[in-house]
Design a protein around this ligand. Sequence first.
Ligand code: IPM
Ligand code: MG
Length: 361
Amino acid sequence: MNTYRIAVISGDGIGPEIVTQAWKVLEAAQKKFGFVLERTDVLLGGASIDAHGEPLTKEALETARSCDAVLMGSIGGDAATSPWYKLPAHLRPEAGLLAIRKGLGLFANLRPAWLYEELREACPLRGDIRCAGFDMLIMRELTGGLYFGERYTRIENGLRTAVDTLVYNENEIRRIAVKAFEVARKRRGEVVSVDKANVLDSSRLWRAVVEEVSADFPDIRLSHMLVDNCAMQLVRDPSRFDVILTENMFGDILSDEASMITGSIGMLPSASLNETRFGLYEPSHGSAPDIAGQDIANPLATILSAAMMLRYSLDQDKAAEAVEHAVRQVLRDGYRTEDIWSDGTEKVGTARMGDLVAERV
Ligand code: IPM
Ligand code: MG
């Protein structure tokens, strides 16, 4: 029987409760499809700060690396009230997340966003726009750009001055572009590369390298779009997008926008991959400390992230489909967590939602 080692990061805020549900669903899947998951818990973010005084220890990183995949909830707290945010920036929860992404070489962040038939009512867009539906995937570069360039704050000419640096080399652009074209091949064959080439040098290089890569993918249609225009098109006509390829910061912003038009940020999974089968799987949303521990968080994004893990890292496609199908079935059966609830559907809590999906796998 196939056995896989999974590093599990419950994290902070709603993280532990949503990961508990995803693990429930994975347990149902392993029983049904005959494989074994060995769970190793790893601390990241605030949980790690509380235990070890830093958001990611070397040991935790090595444990994660030694596993077949990482399943994660969410990290971070309320910046206004949590003591974690009194620490210097490199010791705060988010620094741990950036360190694990960089440390494991997870340069490709796949963030799919689609509109479930059952959740049309929750979509905030005008009726004629949402009727067209949409199904897109944002391919976000995850280990370069502004997030990892040199940064500092100091006094220059008597003024407090802060600098962040946006750096990309051609290899970093090439490898993420290749991933985008490969994914497009399995979808509708279209890539929109998003940049700010009318202003930024890094974007002009981005555009040039993406053009070069496209020569190897003559079957994929490539176009370029400026990021401000893309932000507008996402709410004007989201149905036009298949794969959106973009750099780290633009991808961060656009993926929140894309997730909101699906009805709730609580629905969207993500996968962060390196060149191998290894990956880290987490919901696209954050730790929502304001609703933590109340059994109202939506666990579906984490459950769908677990499905992505089954598909991309464990090669268990049938199990992945079963999980995705179970989620759809639960929605069809009319169950909703608070964030996606509408008249005529039944409101359920986090744990119940996990049970309902697990039962249907
Ligand atoms: C995300 C989050 C992170 C990011 C934060 C928590 C550092 O917003 O995964 O989108 O900006 O990448
Ligand atoms: Mg974000």
